[in-house]
Design a protein around this ligand. Structure first.
Ligand SMILES: C[S@@+](CC[C@H](N)C(=O)[O-])C[C@H]1O[C@@H](n2cnc3c(N)ncnc32)[C@H](O)[C@@H]1O
Length: 272
């Protein structure tokens, strides 16, 4: 059993390092998520873990924070956002960026990579005409472990069966127990570690930002701060995609939701 004091310590640590807000009824979640760490280390209880964490062991703190995060993701998650990307966002931007031939897309909490690879697969499959363009797909996450998996681009049969349309399997190399994204598609995505709460001032302006299923874990103040920085980064006619349970409403009035059911697609007010 975790004591209230140890729970508060872990809650404050996680909040400070990644923004995740754990409500007071999440004792069980902390116990469940941290139990693999206890099993794989010499620490025998959460109390011992917390006293080790208090020694400021950065590596251990990072492990705890990573275990507390939800990394759930799958290919073409929720379908509709990718339909809007396919039918509206990319064709519109392809027309308005024809002179420069450049497009910048950011998957800002990419987990194990299914989201940016879905974007890359869509481009490869449906927008051959942009193959001579300079298309940059930047994918980032705070977590070292999910980024390592994302870079590998290797997925189990179960992960493939979650959302990847069968006709896209040709872009993956099969092996006995997994599928690996082929190099030409993998090479379209550039992975980088970025904590959304820390500095990311060196990023270029973006045409499309996927910020899906991550704001939901943050406090309203952090959501506001992040949305305001997203606003600085997004080109005036760009597109922002949020998760199905997320919204800019009551957080940032500069964004306007596109009237497409369940797309979670936003544009800056006053833009075409
Ligand atoms: C639920 S997954 C969402 C993945 C993907 N965007 C999707 O919708 O399928 C949330 C991801 O946010 C990442 N995350 C949590 N806090 C973060 C932070 N402060 N900065 C960057 N990424 C963060 C987690 O590591 C996790 O991989």
């Amino acid at each position: 059993m975790i004591t209230d004091k140890d729970f508060s310590y872990i809650r404050d640590l996680v909040r400070a390092r990644c923004g995740l807000v754990l409500s007071d009824d999440k004792h069980y979640l902390v116990e469940t998520r941290l139990s693999p760490l206890l099993q794989s280390s010499s620490l025998r209880s959460i109390a011992e873990l917390v006293s080790a964490l208090r020694q400021q062991e950065d590596q251990l703190q990072r492990q705890v924070v990573e275990l507390m995060m939800t990394n759930e993701t799958y290919f073409f998650r929720d379908v509709v956002p990718f339909d809007v990307l396919h039918q509206v966002a990319i064709p519109t931007l392809a027309a308005s960026r024809a002179a420069s031939g450049e497009l910048a897309i950011w998957s800002a909490a990419c987990s194990t990579g299914q989201e940016p690879y879905s974007i890359a697969l869509l481009l490869r499959e449906e927008f051959q005409r942009l193959s001579s363009w300079k298309v940059r797909i930047l994918a980032s996450d705070i977590s070292t472990s999910v980024l390592a998996r994302a870079r590998l681009g290797r997925y189990s049969q179960y992960e493939i069966s979650r959302g990847l349309p069968p006709h896209l399997l040709k872009h993956l190399q099969p092996s006995s127990d997994s599928w690996t994204i082929r190099d030409d598609v993998r090479g379209m995505v550039e992975f980088r570690q970025i904590n959304l709460l820390s500095a990311w001032d060196d990023l270029p302006t973006m045409d499309i930002i996927f910020l899906r299923n991550v704001l939901i874990y943050f406090s309203d103040d952090d959501k506001r701060r992040i949305l305001s920085r997203i606003r600085q980064l997004l080109r005036p006619d760009g597109y922002l995609f949020l998760g199905g349970a997320e919204s800019t409403m009551h957080l940032d009035d500069h964004f306007e939701r596109m009237l497409i059911d369940r797309a979670g697609c936003y544009r800056l007010r006053g833009e075409a």
